[in-house]
Design a protein around this ligand. Structure first.
Ligand SMILES: *Cc1c(COP(=O)(O)O)cnc(C)c1O
Length: 345
């Protein structure tokens, strides 16, 4: 007896990295979490949360967050949709746009969730490899004529950022919906946000997991013109984001000063770590995220050695000899470098 529909029986499913409880001595640099605590303003909301808000169902439109984000981003509040993390929004968009007869297009290597979500919809996947130096395969992506085109910028694991002119070219020429996943936008200077005004088929995705140190809250949002959002609202859970997450996220996004402080520190340390790894013989391409992708012929043993020293980084077997290392605190980065240089000596 097969309990599941054929697609579910066939797909490999998720392989998240093992959960590490806080206050263990593992230095976790494998999931691009922010090493600094969330905003004290956000934590204050959590500590003083009124139970009456939990007795009731939450606001399905998360107005409090949308108003706060709209102010910060200088966009209308009704151009925002929220979800339980950027992953939830990706799920909503894929379900809204794709079926067996409608394909999903994205350049590879990229965020692994795109494939999993598209496979579950039975969609045809059109994966197009990035060119050398992470050049975007623009022509092929346009020719592929996807119902949905996904692009992470800055991308993971490369850290590459797609120039705005190329995103505009893509937006001018793709059929269907174009998603620009800006999970790492806080660690770079450019954003595709200004394009949303010009393109009714474009969605920008953001998350509070990385820049705002709130990966455990599960809060993300999308920005698009209201007619496109109307379709996505039909697919999202009627309530979706919970009352606590909505209020904590609103406080966090309002506290731009704190986020900017953490981000400047991380950008400085990204530069330091890049140089130090290069001195140790790694090839490190410039990154626009809170991580670096570092190549070394001994990447595998380095990964294993770090792990046995309680330092976790991500090894990409399919990218041959590459490690993706999250930028930690200066102390954590130092410990990582110490272990690596000891091994290489
Ligand atoms: C981390 C990440 C996400 C998921 O973010 P959540 O809000 O934590 O679900 C989406 N896209 C990319 C490219 C990411 O790196």
């Amino acid at each position: 007896m097969e309990y599941f529909q054929p697609i579910v029986a066939r797909v490999p499913g998720h392989h998240p990295s093992p959960y590490v409880a806080p206050n263990t001595d593992i230095i976790k640099l494998n999931s691009n979490e922010n090493p600094y605590p969330p905003s004290s303003q956000a934590l204050k909301v959590l500590k003083t949360f009124n139970g009456e808000w939990l007795r009731r169902y939450p606001d399905p439109y998360t107005q409090e967050f949308c108003d706060a984000a709209a102010k910060v981003l200088e966009i209308p509040p009704n151009w925002i949709i929220t979800g339980n993390g950027c992953d939830d929004l990706l799920n909503i968009i894929v379900r809204a746009c794709v079926d067996r007869a409608r394909s999903v297009v994205y350049p590879t290597p990229t965020y692994g969730q795109y494939r999993i979500l598209a496979e579950l919809c039975g969609s045809q996947l059109i994966e197009i490899p990035y060119g050398i130096q992470s050049s975007l395969p623009l022509e092929e992506m346009i020719q592929a004529k996807g119902a949905l085109t996904l692009i992470a910028s800055p991308n993971s694991p490369s850290g590459h950022q797609v120039p705005l002119t190329e995103l505009r070219q893509l937006a001018d020429n793709v059929s269907g919906v174009l998603v620009v996943d800006e999970a790492y936008v806080d660690f770079t200077d450019a954003s595709a946000l200004s394009l949303v005004r010009d393109y009714e088929h474009m969605v920008i995705l953001r998350t509070l997991s990385k820049g705002y140190s709130l990966a455990g809250l599960r809060f993300g949002f999308g920005i698009a013109q209201p007619p496109l959002l109307a379709g996505l609202f039909k697919v999202k859970d009627s309530y979706g984001v919970d009352a606590i997450a909505t209020r904590v996220a609103a406080a966090a996004i309002t506290d731009q000063l704190y986020k900017d402080q953490c981000v400047s520190q991380i950008k400085r340390d990204r530069q330091r770590l890049t140089l130090a790894l290069q001195r140790l013989g790694f090839q490190v391409s410039p990154s626009h995220g809170n991580f670096v992708l570092a190549s070394h012929p001994n990447a595998r043993p380095i990964h294993d050695d770090l792990k046995s020293n309680n330092i976790w980084v991500r090894y990409y077997a399919q990218l041959s000899d590459k490690l993706r290392i999250t930028i930690g605190t200066p102390e954590q980065n130092c410990q990582l470098l110490e272990v690596v240089s000891r091994l290489l000596r």
